[in-house]
Design a binder for this molecule. Structure first.
Ligand code: A3P
Ligand code: MG
Ligand code: MG
Ligand code: MG
Length: 355
């Protein structure tokens, strides 16, 4: 019997790869063309272009599936200049392998097709059926700074994540390099960089180098066993507005961790701990009422769990992707190897309870 979700996985990996290459080109062409969204967060040509390419590939292969995508095309329909800059990138985006490109359904044909593809990411999400969660550029602020970012795609079936893919163009290809503070910073030198992580529920997690054509061979990845938690490396957001650096540092202290945190944008944090380059990922809310978005976590959650990790919120609950576009019932994220997750969670609760 063929592996479960084999076609979904292959299409998702190729689609993420093609979109990741677009974002790299946008960066190198210095064509980032930023706009500001209603919540004042940035969105670039790369975000819109990557969403268009990925949704088009999903719709060609799985026409009945829905997509919860971060971006929408409303501003582009009014902004001729931004729209044509995105189109200039999207119309030439293709994999250097005919069979792979054909599998994705080929290039997008018209500007209107591009806009409709972006807008097709408007699913409300939920607990029924096949729904993809798409973050075309996660860590847009990292992308703009030349730091880490990730192109993230996950398939949920009846509210459970079944397939997850992360394209991380600025992470080192080599799994054996331990994370250092520098990995979160400027990554404008391309040498030895670019990884795709993927996972299928119950089938483990995989890493492979990013390529320009067909997929490179993959290899299994797993979290590093932590024998002495005081030596653990913990990751957190660069942006102090996205998670509480202060509480995270208190948690680390409580665990006896002395190494400074590795600050890194995007779901590259999930990928990094899943391959054993780091150990823990803490994301405690800054604002009580902020609801995490499903596209910021769906792929990373599966990649880490399939690599031997446990991912919960700050109350120890599994992330619940079935509640719509946000993780309405969760607060924060705590990701760690299964064997020490309980210990980390105790420290999280002690610090939060002491407030
Ligand atoms: N107040 C907040 N709390 C938590 N996450 C937030 C936030 N404001 C924005 N974000 C999310 O944080 C994501 C980036 O995470 P990180 O800090 O790990 O790089 C953003 O994704 P995008 O960059 O896709 O918009 C955005 O969705
Ligand atoms: Mg955003
Ligand atoms: Mg995001
Ligand atoms: Mg994004």
């Amino acid at each position: 019997m063929a592996s479960p979700y084999a076609k979904e996985l292959h299409v998702a990996q190729l689609a993420v790869q093609r979109a990741t290459l677009l974002t790299k080109k946008v960066f190198h062409d210095k064509a980032k063309g930023t706009a500001s969204k209603d919540d004042k967060s940035p969105v670039t040509i790369g975000d819109f272009g990557a969403q268009a390419l990925i949704v088009q590939a999903i719709k060609k292969n799985f026409p009945d599936d829905e997509v919860v995508g971060e971006e929408e095309a409303a501003t582009l329909r009014e902004n001729d200049d931004l729209r044509s800059q995105i189109w200039d990138q999207v119309k030439v985006a293709r994999l250097e392998d005919d069979a792979a490109e054909k599998e994705l359904g080929g290039p997008i044909q018209t500007v209107e097709d591009m806009l409709s593809a972006i807008d097709a990411g408007n699913s409300a999400g939920g607990a029924k059926g096949r729904i993809w969660a798409l973050d075309p550029i996660d860590g847009t602020k990292g992308f703009l700074r030349g730091g880490q970012y990730a192109v993230c795609l996950a398939l949920m079936v009846d509210g459970e994540v079944k397939v997850g893919v992360l394209g991380c163009p600025n992470l080192p290809v080599d799994d054996s390099l331990s994370l250092s503070a520098e990995d979160g910073k400027d990554q404008t030198d391309d040498a030895g960089k670019g990884v795709i992580f993927s996972a299928v529920a119950g089938k483990g997690a995989t890493g492979r180098p990013l390529s320009r054509g067909a997929l490179q061979p993959g290899h299994p990845i797993s979290m590093k066993p932590v024998t002495d938690i005081t030596q653990a490396t913990f990751c957190e957001s660069v942006e102090a507005g996205h998670s509480s650096h202060d509480e995270q540092s208190q948690i680390a202290q409580r665990l006896g961790i002395t190494k400074p945190s590795v600050r890194m944008d995007s779901q590259a944090k999930y990928g990094s701990i899943a391959r054993g380059a780091g150990d823990l990922y803490l994301r405690l809310p800054v604002k009580k009422d902020y609801q995490e978005k499903i596209w910021d976590h769906a792929a990373g959650d599966l990649v880490v769990r399939e690599a031997g990790g446990q991912v919960t919120d700050a109350n120890g609950l599994r992330l619940d992707f079935s509640k719509g576009r946000t993780l309405r019932d969760n607060k924060g994220v705590v990701a760690a190897p299964k064997a020490i997750h309980g210990q980390v969670l105790d420290a999280v609760m002690a610090v939060l309870g002491a407030k």
